[in-house]
Write a protein that binds this ligand. Structure first.
Ligand code: FBP
Length: 555
């Protein structure tokens, strides 16, 4: 028998499309609803986006005739920001739709993210290339990058690349920051009088690019299942050896959706949700005390082991830390030259300590030196702290250890505490997409082309009703400006897509909150095992618990 790899077998997987996208592209038309508004700062955003603000929501229907769908087109595509499983299938769906509309259409992939557009570095996607990437993880087909197109020169260069390549449209596959860039480009091109369309595709494992019309960002499903498999394996190890506490930091730069979904899937001893910490205005010491309570309770039953999930973005949600970080951000933006002139390390810490306001100096001073230095590391091009490089899980272990020692001295906590730290992030970003992500991303890409063929610009590709089988999925688009507000970035207020954080009155958090004390008191681990690509649909095709709960389904 010839042996095949999963990779070879997955090339042959045929992703499912929503019913509206199954017929010929000329037979799909866009139905528009009423005008839309941004989530906040309406007046200012209307002024920043005079051409694209307020456009209607669009639903694609398999009826009528789109006379211009077969017109010859050249389309560019960019993969932007952090990798997320399914990116290759967005490109595959886009490619297949574009070729189905007119076999002479051309798809250009810009290399290494938005920087490839600015520098005009690209390849033409062909059958031969795309067939080696169908249903696979990663962004390696054309690479990705985090370049932010923000200076007038970068906008002009991006436009010049589009003109040089006779582009009709550009598809930006990215998260909130990248799609903010897509919105700005769409507006810029219209302002210049170009007929160049821009369509965004909602990507990010973080799951924070969503609303009523974007029910999930792609990659979240696969990434959380990958982490949950690993957490389950660790939990089982903990339950076997019964001697370690495992502190597991999980990716998700701001929102705690990943930690929450993994908690729902694995039922750990404890899971911190950053949004709750912020809402309760908890201090770092209070977060630590809660974990210590769980450790002591379990120790009283002789269970000196457990699993604690820590969302990557926690540090920015603890009010005292958030104020500290915001002051550091402003100082690094305003006095960048002064700061850069200092030798890295001690002197930078001293300079900063002197420049901070008295309210946060103590908070900064109380942090271990490693964490102080991690807070000073370069911001990403969008001005974000690189939280994946701040070792919150180690900070928590050290602080919980200290708290337990104090309690032990007062005979308040029995048992031993031996902790190990883990960080799961990059492990999940390039996994083979689940069937859900493979279908969803292929549909998003296919849909993006149909939005282009419908003459739209400044839209985000939207597939709805995705907690249901693909036969019930609804295809369409929502205007990018609808998701925007103004936020402080690099020291000034900028238009950005608002991140969707965990809602404390939402069904996923409520379900978690009503079960967590039981999971803390009594070992309740669930071991989800590996992602299933074939087999019974209830194992291979079910969407995340977050999505099902958000859509009103029961678990
Ligand atoms: P996107 O928002 O671009 O999708 O990236 C999300 C993410 O994976 C975060 O979870 C993580 O904090 C960050 O990227 C890491 O960035 P980098 O890949 O640059 O180290």
């Amino acid at each position: 028998m010839k042996l095949s790899t999963l990779q070879e077998i997955r090339y042959g997987y045929q992703p499912k499309l929503p019913p509206a996208l199954r017929g010929t592209i000329s037979g799909i038309t866009a139905e528009t609803g009423g005008a839309t508004e941004s989530v906040a700062d309406r007046k200012e955003l209307q002024e920043i986006f005079p051409h694209t603000y307020g456009k209607p929501i669009v639903t694609l229907q398999p009826r009528g005739t789109n006379e211009s769908s077969g017109k010859k087109r050249t389309v560019g595509v960019i993969l932007s920001g952090g990798q997320a499983p399914g990116g290759h299938n967005v490109v595959a769906g886009l490619y297949d739709a574009l070729k189905a509309a007119n076999s002479t259409n051309v798809l250009l992939g810009f290399l290494g993210g938005p920087g490839g557009l600015v520098d005009d570095k690209k390849i033409e996607i062909t059958d031969e290339i795309i067939n080696r990437f169908r249903n696979t993880g990663g962004f390696d087909i054309i690479g990705s990058g985090r370049t932010k197109i923000e200076t007038p020169e970068q906008f002009a260069a991006a436009r010049q690349t589009c003109l040089n390549n006779n582009l009709d449209a550009l598809v930006v596959i990215g998260g909130d920051d990248s799609n903010t860039n897509a919105a700005l480009l769409a507006e810029y091109f219209l302002d210049k009088g170009d007929a160049l369309q821009v369509i965004g595709v909602p990507k990010t494992i973080d799951g924070d690019l969503k609303n009523e019309y974007i029910e999930a960002s792609f990659g979240f499903d696969t990434a959380t299942r990958t982490y949950s498999e690993l957490i389950g394996n660790i939990a089982r190890d903990a339950n076997s050896a019964k001697k370690y506490w495992h502190f597991i930091k999980l990716m998700g730069r701001s929102a705690s959706h990943i930690a929450l979904e993994c908690a729902l899937q694995t039922q750990p001893s404890w899971c911190i949700i950053s949004e709750e910490v912020e809402a309760k205005k908890q201090t770092l010491n209070q977060v630590v005390a809660e974990i210590a309570d769980v450790v002591c309770h379990r120790a009283s039953k002789g269970e000196n082991f457990g699993v604690v999930l820590v969302p990557e973005g926690l540090i920015e949600f603890i009010p005292e830390m958030s104020e500290l970080i915001s002051q550091i951000n402003d100082l690094l933006a305003d006095k960048a030259g002064e700061f850069a002139a200092l030798p890295a390390g001690e002197e930078q810490v001293e300079w900063l300590t002197a420049a901070l306001s008295p309210e946060v100096t103590g908070v900064f001073a109380a942090l271990p030196r490693d964490i102080q230095l991690q807070l000073l590391m370069d911001r990403d091009p969008h001005g974000n702290v690189q939280v994946s490089r701040i070792e919150t899980e180690k900070l928590l272990i050290a602080m919980v250890q200290g708290e337990l020692e104090e309690r032990s001295k007062k005979q308040l906590c029995p048992g031993s505490f031996s902790a190990l730290n883990h960080f799961f992030g990059y492990e999940g970003r390039c996994a083979f997409p689940t069937n859900f992500d493979a279908d969803y991303t292929y549909s998003l890409g296919y849909n993006a082309f149909v939005l282009i063929a419908s003459g739209l610009t400044g839209y985000l590709s939207s597939i709805r009703r995705i907690s249901r089988p693909a036969d019930e999925w609804v295809a369409g688009g929502i205007p990018l400006t609808m998701m925007m507000n103004l936020e402080q970035r690099h020291g000034s207020r900028k238009p950005v897509i608002r991140k969707a954080l965990v809602e404390l009155d939402g069904a996923p958090f409520k379900y978690f909150a009503s079960h967590r004390s039981e999971w803390a008191r009594q070992t309740s681990f669930v071991y989800p095992g590996a992602i299933q690509y074939y087999g019974p649909p209830e194992l291979s095709d079910t969407p995340t618990m977050t999505l099902r709960l958000e859509q009103g389904e029961s678990l």
